[in-house]
Design a protein. Structure first.
Length: 128
């Protein structure tokens, strides 16, 4: 766990991801943001591949376009980076890129929760 916060209102997460903003390609149907984190820090063999866990967030093109456009600094200027904080793979919050610093939830973008939507989109593409 991270050290305690200096301010009572500061929320700390066990893990963080950082990404650069990017141009959203219109050709892409979906975007996957991938993060890797240690799943069990108490294990002694940390180099083993099974020690690592992954976090994958899935966004449709429209969702990613709106998201990237919303990434701002506290002064509402364009922020070149964004990031997420989480304790595990099912509760994810935006920690950088939200000018209001409200830590909005992005848990609904976890890939496991987007599989039906992605599957329907792929199925529709295959039927064309």
């Amino acid at each position: 766990m991270p050290p305690p916060a200096k301010r009572a209102r500061t929320k700390r997460f066990a893990y963080y991801t950082w990404f650069n903003t990017f141009a959203v390609a219109p050709e892409a149907d979906f975007f996957l943001l991938f993060g890797l984190y240690p799943g069990d820090e108490d294990r002694s063999k940390k180099s083993d591949a099974s020690w690592w866990k992954s976090l994958v967030l899935a966004f449709s093109n429209a969702e990613m376009t709106a998201f990237i456009e919303s990434i701002k600094t506290r002064k509402h200027a364009r922020d070149p980076m964004f990031g997420f904080g989480f304790h595990g793979p099912l509760e994810v919050h935006l920690t950088r890129g939200d000018p209001d610093r409200t830590l909005p939830s992005f848990s609904h973008h976890v890939l496991e929760r987007q599989l039906t939507k992605v599957g329907h989109a792929l199925d529709a593409r295959c039927r064309k």
